[in-house]
Design a binder for this molecule. Structure first.
Ligand code: NIG
Ligand code: FE
Length: 357
């Protein structure tokens, strides 16, 4: 620092004494573009109802679909702005957000546009669940690929599918993802959340960027993913929120898999926008060292988003996205469970948020 000399009057100097600097956090898996909330459902689940039961009864994802369709473009943009503010205050400077709460042409595209306009990386999750207007998954996929994909591919960066019992099976997911790939989209999958559903072999076959969730993944899946270039994105806040087993992080890392960490921020399975909290869960529930967590929600997450040349590192040539943590020891990121660990957020060289302001 001493050899830097005067920075000149155009540069705002920040006193970092007592703080530590890390790269701005990268949240590579969120559903932040939603209207309303699901606090009623949360209360029912707290009393013993299961997420899958609520989904089967037309609640769950479909109740957020109703709220999101009703919000209109302005309402949706306002909700997203609020969610982006929450994410920024938790240290997130780069974020992905999926559609999947429209499930009709207009609202799916409105979600993707809102994410792009708010500075996020949009992923098309048209294949999230089958909406009530359609008789089955195949008829819905006909509609998605014929009527929505051409325009979605212009706005989104990647496509995603929920491959799970009660959503889409492996044959349907292959059809959807192959068409999306042909339209130029990168591929992601929600896989092995409740059951091992064939998502890992499919992701490897199609050259997907990642399979996300993996709470149900067994030894074979771990070995197969580790032997591939496909990243595993772990979402421990979702496992905690649904009281599900944590994904096998240690086994994946030890076997050599590329591991990302993300929030899965959404109103149903993870009402949590905090990557520091995710790092605390990674440390306490998944035996991940703070160094591994930090890499997983910076450089590895940037890789999952195809942004590894610009985001996720403090290095020459990279965007000046930084978080100043409220401790001299950066490991407080994972250590300070639920605490006010973020002091200052810098995006593109500008102070975007400060805890003391
Ligand atoms: O990643 N599993 C599917 N989708 C989301 C949850 C969406 C919701 O419940 O609204 C997830 O957990
Ligand atoms: Fe998700």
């Amino acid at each position: 620092m001493r050899s830097l000399g005067s920075a000149g009057s155009e540069v705002e100097e920040v006193d970092g004494r007592g703080l530590s600097a890390i790269p701005g956090l990268v949240d590579c898996h969120t559903h932040a573009c939603f209207a309303g909330d699901r606090v009623d459902e949360f209360s029912l689940r707290a009393g013993g109802a299961s997420y899958e039961e609520l989904h089967a009864r037309g609640g769950g994802i479909l109740s957020t679909v109703r709220a999101t369709r009703a919000a209109g473009a302005d309402g949706l943009a306002a909700a997203l702005r609020k969610h982006v503010r929450w994410m920024r205050q938790a240290g997130t400077t780069t974020w992905e957000a999926k559609s999947g709460y429209g499930l009709d042409r207009e609202t799916e595209l409105a979600q993707l546009r809102a994410v792009r306009a708010a500075g996020g990386v949009p992923t098309w999750l048209g294949a999230h669940t089958v909406p009530p207007e359609f008789d089955g998954a195949d008829a819905y996929l006909d509609f998605l690929l014929g009527e929505v994909l051409p325009e979605a591919a212009e706005i989104a960066d990647a496509a995603d599918v929920f491959l799970e019992r009660g959503a889409f099976d492996a044959v349907q997911a292959r059809r959807y993802l192959s068409a999306c790939r042909a339209a130029g989209l990168a591929l992601r999958l929600h896989g092995d959340q409740f059951t091992e559903s064939g998502s890992i072999p499919l992701a490897v076959e199609l050259g997907a960027r990642s399979v996300d969730h993996l709470e149900a993944t067994g030894e074979r899946g771990v070995a197969e993913l580790a032997a591939s270039d496909v990243a595993g994105v772990l979402l421990p806040a979702s496992a905690l929120f649904l009281n599900r087993p944590m994904p096998p992080a240690r086994a994946l890392i030890d076997a050599g898999a590329v591991v990302g960490l993300a929030t899965d921020f959404n109103p149903g399975s993870a009402f949590c926008e905090s990557l520091p909290l995710v790092c605390a869960l990674a440390a306490t529930q998944m035996a991940m060292a703070p160094e591994e967590s930090l890499a997983s929600c910076t450089v590895n997450a940037a890789h999952v988003l195809g942004l590894a040349q610009r985001k996720g590192r403090l290095a020459e040539g990279y965007d000046a996205d930084l978080v100043l943590l409220a401790s001299e020891d950066w490991r407080h990121l994972a250590y300070h469970l639920g605490g006010p660990v973020v002091d200052t957020v810098i995006e593109g060289g500008e102070i975007a948020w400060n805890a003391r302001a």
